[in-house]
Design a protein around this ligand. Structure first.
Ligand code: F6P
Length: 323
């Protein structure tokens, strides 16, 4: 392997730049040529590819988003797009590709490596943390910190005005952010796919709590379960109390990556280059119990809708501490 390329795909996540920096510099350190691809698979199809040097990735370690930009490519879902993308790499003699992204990006990478024969290695980068084969994906920790910062601020009003707030966080079908921020933010309850039908019980808890003198509530809702407005409407209907709904939205994807994510991204960037040097492909690097790991793209994408990883211990503790 002499030449490799790198791209970011799908939703941006804080720490993607740290992973790009690490992969580019590790590759150069190990005497490989490295190319940056702009706008994910879109740029791969449109040949927006240029050679990088060590300075191309200066001063990006602490920046959110991705300097390579990103996209959700519809054209890459078609064989024609995949083959065009492969031809653009082969013309330059590039025989390895690193894809930083989530589930959808890895399904594309799997297809790409099978159809073109170009070794492709993934780095998990998504705030949803819904990938198998790595304890954490780049960006997930920072997203929890960002959501927590927002919830701490909202709590000032919750407490001062003695209200009930339903706060929706991102994560697609995975309640990683919701469960973590629920405990860290002192929420009274968390609604996630699987317990959303219990909203009547939650409403009863609120009514009982009010009788005992409890005046304010924060309920975190995971976007895969319900919309905040819908949950707030049901709770208001059941309790008769004033309930406000807030959707945190894309602020959770932004901002400077945490130290945790910078370290994770730097380790995974280097691991991805090493995997290509070892002629590995069609799979994703990860960290499991603090040790490097490698799984096939197929195994990495096992967690689809309906197969959520619910951290019951954390959720149960949230409920206990909310008495
Ligand atoms: O996958 C990351 C994520 O932010 C999800 O949490 C969310 O469901 C989705 O992307 C939003 O996508 P978009 O930015 O395309 O609206």
């Amino acid at each position: 392997m002499r030449r490799i390329a790198i791209l970011t795909s799908g939703g941006d996540a804080p720490g993607m730049n740290a992973a790009i920096r690490s992969a580019v510099r590790t590759a150069i350190y190990k005497n490989l040529s490295v190319y940056g691809v702009m706008r994910g698979y879109e740029g791969l199809i449109d040949d927006h590819i240029s050679e990088f040097n060590a300075r191309s990735v200066s001063n990006i370690l602490s920046r959110g988003g991705t300097v390579l930009k990103t996209s959700r490519s519809m054209r890459f879902l078609k064989k024609e797009g995949v083959l065009k993308a492969g031809a653009n790499l082969k013309r330059r003699g590039i025989d390895g590709l690193i894809v930083i992204g989530g589930n959808g990006s890895f399904k594309g990478a799997d297809e790409f490596s099978k159809l073109t024969g170009i070794k492709t290695v993934g780095i998990p980068g998504t705030i949803d943390n819904d990938i198998c084969g790595s304890d954490y994906a780049v960006g997930a920790h920072t997203a929890v910190d960002t959501a927590l910062d927002a919830i701490d601020k909202i709590r000032d009003t919750v407490t001062s005005m003695e209200r009930i707030y339903v706060i929706e966080v991102m994560g697609r079908f995975e309640p990683f952010i919701a469960i973590r921020v629920g405990l860290a933010g002192g929420a009274e309850d968390v609604i996630f796919p699987g317990n959303d039908y219990l909203i009547d019980d939650m409403s009863n808890d609120i009514k009982e709590g009010r009788k005992k003198g409890k005046v304010s509530w924060i309920i975190v809702v995971s976007e895969g379960a319900k919309r905040a407005a819908e949950a707030a409407k049901s709770i208001k209907k059941n309790t008769g109390f004033e309930v406000r709904a807030i959707t945190l939205g894309h602020i959770q994807r932004g901002g400077s990556p945490s130290a945790y994510d910078r370290v994770l991204a730097s380790r995974l960037g280097a691991q991805a280059v090493d995997a290509l040097i070892e002629d590995k492909g069609d799979g994703m690097v990860g960290i499991v119990s603090d040790k490097p790991s490698f799984v096939s793209f197929k195994a990495a994408c096992m967690r689809d809708k309906g197969k959520i990883k619910l951290d019951k211990e954390i959720y149960n503790l949230t409920k206990i501490l909310a008495i």
